[in-house]
Design a binder for this molecule. Sequence first.
Ligand code: HGY
Ligand code: MN
Ligand code: MN
Length: 399
Amino acid sequence: MTVTGMLSAIERIGRDPKSGGYYRPVMSTAELDLRTWFIGEAEARGLDVDTDRNGIIWAWWGAPRAGSVVTGSHLDSVPGGGAFDGPLGVAAALAAVDVLREREVQPARSLAIAVFPEEEGSRFGLACLGSRLLTGKITADHARALTDREGDTLADVFARGGIDPRRIGRDDEALGRIGRFIELHIEQGRGLIDLNEPIAIASSVLGHGRWRVRVTGQGNHAGTTLMRDRSDPVVAAAAMVGAVSALTREVDDARATVGRFEPFPGGTNVIASAVDFWLDARHLDDATTRALVARIAAACEEIAAAHGCAVTVSEESWSPTVDFDAGVARELGAALPSAPLLGTGAGHDAGILSEFVPSGMLFTRNPSGISHSPEEHAEDADANHSAVALADALQGMLR
Ligand code: HGY
Ligand code: MN
Ligand code: MN
């Protein structure tokens, strides 16, 4: 089955019929359905499938052993996400196995397709949770205690999803089997369309972090509280969001976003008592990101004081800038000589793994560059070509 055929088979899973956006949080019904789909596709190809103690699914062509080549991506999505972010890399990996078999390739190394849980961090707030658990970049205790918007802990959610939370954590045996990790992903940003190329090789991943900003004030009645008597955290938080944009625009190539803004209790005729909003800040230079966030935090303090409110800023996720392994990039370049090298502003499991195993990424052309939106798109020809490009990249590594 082609990549587009596989993506069509799952296109209704977790899709909001009104907005067309996807919401597939880890261990939700949608994501569990996608896991079932992937396992079915992998088993139909005779791959040996195992879901490990961190909830990572491994589909093996050959015995799990040191020096294996691993490819794959994730199936979870951001709220209102597109159809390709994650699933394109998973479907292309399945189709690349088909291509390699059509070429009668006899791998000298084992090949595995890995599907990492909670790459987006949309449920528990921490990006690339699965690859962080695998590598020990997050402790098991810290992970178990993470909570979702309903206050459910990761431990409880994983247990309900069939993963024993007592067993999560660094997995040297699984990590030790990975000789190379190659992730194919839809391009997020406009590069390839302007270069008239279908595939790019990744050079770097922008460092990025997430901070929760909590503003507290005085909850009160909307009709009986004079304006001069208010300590309204929503008004303070709104000014802070303005400061985020203004301060970030002063720093070349920095990006900062507030996409999640939650007043409490959230009544139309209620002055909120608190507001939580989340800051996503990114820059190629980690010290620049840190300095920008420090300036934003100082501005938030000033604004809170001016509105009779209090504010706390707490870090929830940090991923330093990653420069991918030059040797892997060369191998990919040798297999795909017309593919340009492109950096990305989006984080990936390959970025986390690259600290531990030689890793690389391929990007598939996205004509508009839009991502984390239902408008995310890859043309059928490019989506299907992804499998051939990935097979070309893997074939040399499997020798
Ligand atoms: O947020 C990101 O950069 C990625 O899509 N997880
Ligand atoms: Mn994403
Ligand atoms: Mn992704």
